[in-house]
Unconditional design. Structure first.
Length: 361
């Protein structure tokens, strides 16, 4: 990222507010932002991925506001934006998740230049709105596809760890259901090909169901729910809801691979549960009204965030986010949802390859 930023600096002093997943390498990301005319006005860590040691370190240098609930993020972010647009000529919001989508139009006539959104969930949320200011999304960028295999690998590593430590079991011989056959779902299937287990998939989109069928993994949803020992949610939008929980195999393990609590309808699950037991910090047992048992991992939040290591791919993501902020600040964009331009992605790819792949050749 630092090499790309040197070649493509942000020219005018501006302020940035971040709603972000902060890893151990985030300090490096923030340092590059600061060295390129960006004032880190406010940091709002997403609570379910926040690591105390990382947040404590960032708090020593930056204005960090911790929230206890995802529902608090819009309120805190809007207050930070209100303060920032009064003090700076140019302000940008960099966020992961679309938390401010429903209220961002409030700043349409202010010094907020726009928003950079980094996730498919956020892309979808902003896409529903009649936007009165520009939003650049990196979610659909071709370069974004590169990190899905790493996420899938992390998800399966955490799942394996939980199977061993809590259930004294392995994936061997298990039936694993993948709900969602998009980029992440396919990546999970590819990783699972290396395990001695049976994989079933379902997707709500007919075209993806055809892909899954041609790849040899498609079943209808009823069959998947009935037979899977483990279900990984990779849809980004409620893969299981309502009375579908009653159809699950007794003792099934549910794991989310996407964001927030969007894979499993927790309110519906609670409404049909007669007993709930915390096995440990990562596993909760739900005993349903029909006496079936469901093991939910990480309260329905993604199971991998606090254990995720993307290596050089994290630098690729940082660079995409930096470039989206840069072009948003330095160009005039029409209101609405935009994608990271191909030329930007191509330049990022060349820089990343030079540094990580081709430097020793």
């Amino acid at each position: 990222m630092i090499n790309y930023a040197k070649r493509n600096p942000i020219k005018e002093k501006s302020a940035i507010i971040l709603i972000y997943h902060f890893s151990k390498r985030s300090k490096y990301f923030l340092k590059v932002l600061s060295e390129n005319n960006l004032v880190i006005e406010r940091i709002i860590p997403i609570p379910y991925s926040a690591q105390k040691s990382v947040i404590d370190e960032l708090s020593n240098e930056y204005n960090v506001t911790l929230v206890s609930s995802l529902d608090d993020i819009p309120r805190v972010a809007l207050k930070a934006l209100e303060d920032a647009v009064k003090r700076y000529d140019k302000v940008v919001l960099l966020e992961i998740g679309g938390y401010c989508a429903e209220c961002i139009n409030k700043f349409a006539s202010s010094n907020l230049k726009g928003v950079v959104e980094c996730t498919a969930q956020g892309h979808w949320r902003y896409g529903r709105e009649q936007l009165m200011l520009p939003v650049i999304s990196t979610a659909k960028a071709m370069l974004n596809l590169a990190h899905y295999p790493a996420i899938a690998l992390d998800v399966l590593q955490v799942l394996n760890q939980v199977l061993g430590e809590v259930f004294y079991d392995t994936l061997a011989g298990k039936i694993v259901g993948i709900l969602g056959y998009g980029n992440l779902g396919k990546a999970c299937v590819r990783v699972l090909q290396g395990y001695p287990c049976k994989v079933l998939t379902y997707d709500i989109e007919p075209i993806r169901r055809i892909e899954a069928f041609l790849d040899g993994y498609y079943v209808d949803k009823e069959e998947l729910l009935k037979n899977a020992d483990i279900i990984i949610g990779a849809t980004g939008n409620y893969s299981i809801r309502g009375t579908e929980f009653l159809k699950l195999k007794d003792g099934v393990i549910l794991a989310s691979a996407t964001s927030r609590q969007v894979e499993f309808d927790i309110d519906s699950l609670n409404s049909i549960t007669k007993e709930k037991t915390n096995i440990n910090s990562l596993v909760t047992l739900y005993r349903l009204n029909n006496n079936k048992k469901i093991y939910l991992l990480n309260d329905g939040y993604p199971i991998n965030f606090k254990h995720m290591y993307l290596g050089a791919l994290e630098d690729l993501l940082f660079t995409m986010h930096y470039e989206a902020v840069r072009i948003l600040l330095e160009n005039d964009w029409s209101p609405g949802l935009h994608e990271l331009p191909y030329d930007s992605m191509n330049n990022i790819a060349k820089t990343w390859l030079r540094y990580y792949v081709e430097k020793n050749k």
